[in-house]
Design a protein around this ligand. Structure first.
Ligand SMILES: [Zn+2]
Ligand SMILES: [Zn+2]
Length: 89
């Protein structure tokens, strides 16, 4: 089981790095701070991740993916969840 998740992680990392170099201009989609490819390579899966703009994690279209700082990403999702929660009340 653990080897499977390690494999998934490795695939994911390779995918993220490919994205990083393909886009070339990488920025956090929330705070708009620029992320260099070198930074992305060393930080990917630690403090930078890929955000799915339509919140559908199986939609891996390039246009649906955006780099984001883990911190910015977390506060975005917290806000979204709160908004959904209050709408439901
Ligand atoms: Zn950010
Ligand atoms: Zn997200």
């Amino acid at each position: 089981m653990s080897s499977y998740s390690a494999q998934v992680k490795a695939t994911r990392r390779g995918f993220l790095l490919k994205m990083a170099f393909k886009i070339n201009k990488i920025e956090c989609c929330f705070c708009r701070k620029r992320i260099s490819p070198e930074e992305a390579v060393s930080l990917v899966l630690d403090s930078i991740l890929i955000h799915h703009k339509d919140l559908n994690h199986s939609n891996d279209e390039d246009s649906n993916l955006a780099f984001a700082h883990r911190k910015c990403h977390a506060s975005y999702h917290r806000r979204i969840e709160r908004e959904l929660f209050y709408k439901g009340e």
